[in-house]
Design a protein around this ligand. Sequence first.
Ligand code: AMP
Length: 206
Amino acid sequence: MRVVLLGPPGAGKGTQAQIIAGRLGVPAISTGDIFRANVSGQTELGRKAKTYMDAGDLVPDEITVAMVKDRLAEPDAKAGFLLDGFPRTIAQAEQLRSSLADLGHGLDCVLELVVDEEELVRRLSGRRMLVDGQMVQREDDKPETVRHRLEVYREQTSPLSGFYESEGLLARIDAIGEVDEVTDRALAALGADDHGQAAPEQADEA
Ligand code: AMP
């Protein structure tokens, strides 16, 4: 299955991506995680991305699209993937469509996690990550950067809902609730059964 997980920062995409991808037996590919690994590893890509990330801005499309194209060409993504945090602009969505078409594929579903903005701000400002045994706040989870990231989402990423809806690919789920409940809604929307396998009519297309 080829799935895109769409949703604002703080909607729980990272957590759900790991669980759902595990259930579907496909890799979870997070552009934010790839960028963060490059920043920690002090690579050229990380150096280019860091200023944008710290400001809560999007890394330019040409950098991001090339990185995703390389990642999708790796053997583990051949039979399917779950993209978390990509695409984030209409231009990225169009590039993704043409990269997949070159490989003879298309997306099976775009799953949007819906959470209201008040809840997002609450979640993001309280969020901490474990780094080298310590709980730290992400630079871009600081309150002023959170507000900016939500604005960037509203302006540049939210139009993707309409884009994918018009292609008949969009499924929206309420992402407020316990992690397990949200996972159940997500798997149901994807037409995957309790064991995470695609339902027969969808499995034929996968
Ligand atoms: P995330 O972990 O998905 O919230 O991503 C963290 C940061 O990485 C974002 O605020 C952007 O600066 C950058 N980033 C991640 N994915 C993309 C993307 N598809 N396009 C541009 N920038 C991205």
